[in-house]
Design a binder for this molecule. Sequence first.
Ligand SMILES: Nc1nc2c(ncn2[C@@H]2O[C@H](COP(=O)(O)OP(=O)(O)OP(=O)(O)O)[C@@H](O)[C@H]2O)c(=O)[nH]1
Ligand SMILES: [Zn+2]
Length: 363
Amino acid sequence: MSFAPDLPELLARARADLRMGVGVVLTGAGASVLVMAAETLAAARLEAARAMPGETVLAITARRAATLKARVYDGDLARVHLPGDADLRWVRAVADPADDLTHPMKGPLQTARGGGAELHRAALDLVKTAHLLPAAVVTELDDGPAFARAHRLTLLPAALAAPLLAAASPLAPVAQARVPVEAAGAGRLHVFRPADGGEEHYAFEVGQPRRDAPVLARLHSACFTGDVLGSLKCDCGPQLRGALAQMGAEGTGVLLYLNQEGRGIGLANKLRAYSLQDQGFDTVEANHRLGFEDDERDFRIGSDILRRMGFSEVRLMTNNPAKIRMMEEQGLRVVERVPLKIGRTAENAGYLATKAAKSGHLL
Ligand SMILES: Nc1nc2c(ncn2[C@@H]2O[C@H](COP(=O)(O)OP(=O)(O)OP(=O)(O)O)[C@@H](O)[C@H]2O)c(=O)[nH]1
Ligand SMILES: [Zn+2]
């Protein structure tokens, strides 16, 4: 029996390292690299990486590259060469769109062509799923395992890590208790924890829904600003309370509360997107300028929880056809879509119109 962390555990450790500004070593296809997140990188570590014999590049997503007008030769990402005098401020300016309009980048960015980009892709997946800005400083190493040992860094084989990066870690129920609520009366809150120790997700069961009949269900993604602060920029708060009220009125239902803040980019990045929206970009454009897709969520978490709770048929409260598609793909029958048209205000009219026009939401 080995006490060494397995691959999913190493991935979780790598994300924590990157969030702290510590590097991670990725290996694969006869190559290895040192990866550091642009957002948390310290100036001294950047300098030390650049002093090493292997080349250092900045990996960014094709979305971010499009904003910066950088050529993309690697499909979904670009490897940007660092100019001789590039310092931490330069790296941050490429990674972070906050000052794109006030301080446009000087000079065209040069990007690498040819050679593999698999390790860079894994690096970007890691920083993205760590909810950091999607940009990674990547330095070629001669001997990755030796470097990782010498600097006590987490070492990950990229080819084995890639499928795990794309899939949510399996969930297990950890605790549940009775919680009566204002909007719906008797309820029971269940907490589910992923095997890799990551973000927990919740299911709130209203009444005692039958397992052999379609359950009224809401798949809700966390929105601190809307759910808790009552932000007028979105419709999340009223949707959350409206769903609970309907479950209370019908006597039964399940509210899934998935900790996928900001459509899966995390609260810090969502606030960066809000700043871009204040500069005139819409909700989709703002995500793209940051380097994210419009929606980075994995809704399969929701169907997993429903199945674990014994449900196989749902009446799904949503205006988002992607949620319905995912449920059906995961083998849950959506017998009815229950529209959730609530909380529309002058402030969020533009946001909702963009979701309808660009993300396929039903108005
Ligand atoms: N990135 C980003 N996320 C946002 C913005 N406004 C709200 N969100 C997030 O969007 C998500 C909305 O979640 P949901 O209401 O479950 O999803 P939905 O896709 O709107 O679908 P339905 O409400 O079911 O119709 C939450 O995670 C919010 O935090 C924004 O401008 N940018
Ligand atoms: Zn919201």
